[in-house]
Design a protein around this ligand. Structure first.
Ligand SMILES: NC(=O)c1ccc[n+]([C@@H]2O[C@H](COP(=O)([O-])OP(=O)(O)OC[C@H]3O[C@@H](n4cnc5c(N)ncnc54)[C@H](OP(=O)(O)O)[C@@H]3O)[C@@H](O)[C@H]2O)c1
Length: 297
């Protein structure tokens, strides 16, 4: 029995769904008929998530900056019989984000579920970051302030209707605390902590949060990093399957085994963990672009 789930999801997954399968009428996905807003839906994990969620009968609101890519994703979903709408928005722009909230609530009445997926990663050692305060500001802008603003905009309607779920795509780095990712992991950790606390305040309104602490996924985000070329990585579709699970079952967190081991090591043997992580980081130098101050990851 998975105690990370809500009681309702526990009953559905372990009692109602097996019985329904047994009598030959499997339950529809809890996403059927829901309105689900996915940020960063123009590529990678967000695009795969939008398609997977639409395939389960949800109406998907796809948000990102590139209108052309959003149009393509919406067309592809519609071609498969799904329902999708594209909204171009720069989530680091507070006024644009507020306007997005106002528009989607006007056009769809409510958003039942939100996937805070849009993000950016920066992989750069401190020694190349001393004059780069803006790396810390821009990761916070898209990985923390953007999703927090969007969540705050959509929460009142969710609480009023007494249903809602928010999934944050964070990283196993939140547990590992991997060197060279100070800006990125700190911003994702801020979102992870915000949501864990927010979820306690909204629990009795049946509005819940999941932090999905993903490991490596083969998307545009990691292409700039040579060290990741041969590393094992999930496909965007495998990552999207985890997002669907987070939306259907509403667990507190979804983590990898390695992430959990890293978290425990950080708790029980923090200095051993420092040494192990330091040695590992030394074997994977900064990319030439990161050293020259141009790197994305
Ligand atoms: N790939 C990995 O290994 C990995 C691992 C753990 C967690 N993650 C997280 O997974 C999420 C998705 O990343 P990905 O790997 O799928 O990379 P990706 O293909 O580069 O996707 C990033 C998405 O974010 C959108 N975005 C970026 N800045 C934005 C802004 N200012 N406003 C609105 N949308 C913005 C991009 O769309 P536009 O450019 O069209 O705006 C794009 O759709 C990120 O939060 C990332 O941190 C990734």
């Amino acid at each position: 029995m998975n105690l990370f789930l809500t009681p309702k999801a526990l009953v559905r997954r372990h009692l109602v769904a097996p019985v329904a399968r047994l009598v030959g009428s499997p339950l529809p996905s809890p996403l059927a008929g829901r309105v689900v807003l996915v940020t960063g839906a123009s590529s990678g994990i967000g695009e795969a998530t939008a398609k997977a969620v639409a395939a389960r009968g949800a109406r998907v609101l796809c948000v990102a900056r590139r209108q052309g890519e959003l149009d393509r994703v919406v067309r592809e979903i519609e071609a498969c019989g799904g329902s999708a709408y594209g909204y171009a928005c720069d989530l680091t722009d507070p006024a644009a984000t507020d306007a997005l909230v106002e528009r989607v609530l006007r056009e769809h009445e409510s958003v039942d579920m939100l996937v805070n997926n849009a993000g950016r990663s920066i992989r750069r050692s401190l020694e190349f970051s001393y004059d780069r305060m803006h790396d810390f500001e821009r990761t916070m802008a898209i990985n923390f302030f953007g999703p927090v603003r969007l969540t705050l905009g959509l929460l009142p309607r969710m609480r009023e209707r007494r249903f809602g779920h928010v999934v944050n795509i964070v990283t196993w780095g939140v547990q590992m605390k991997a060197p060279k990712f100070t800006a990125y992991i700190a911003s994702k950790t801020a979102l992870d902590t915000f949501s864990r606390i927010a979820g306690r305040e909204t629990w009795f309104d049946d509005v819940t949060f999941t932090n999905l602490r993903l490991d490596l996924v083969r998307t545009d985000m990691i292409t700039a990093t040579d060290a990741y070329r041969r590393a094992p990585a999930k496909s965007p579709e495998q990552a999207a399957a985890l997002v669907v699970r987070a939306l259907e079952d509403r667990p507190v967190t979804i983590s990898t085994v390695a992430g959990r081991v890293g978290e425990v090591l950080n708790l029980v043997a923090p200095r051993l963990s420092d040494a192990a992580m330091g040695l590992m980081a030394a074997r994977m130098p900064d990319s030439p672009a990161a050293r020259a101050g141009r790197g994305r990851t």
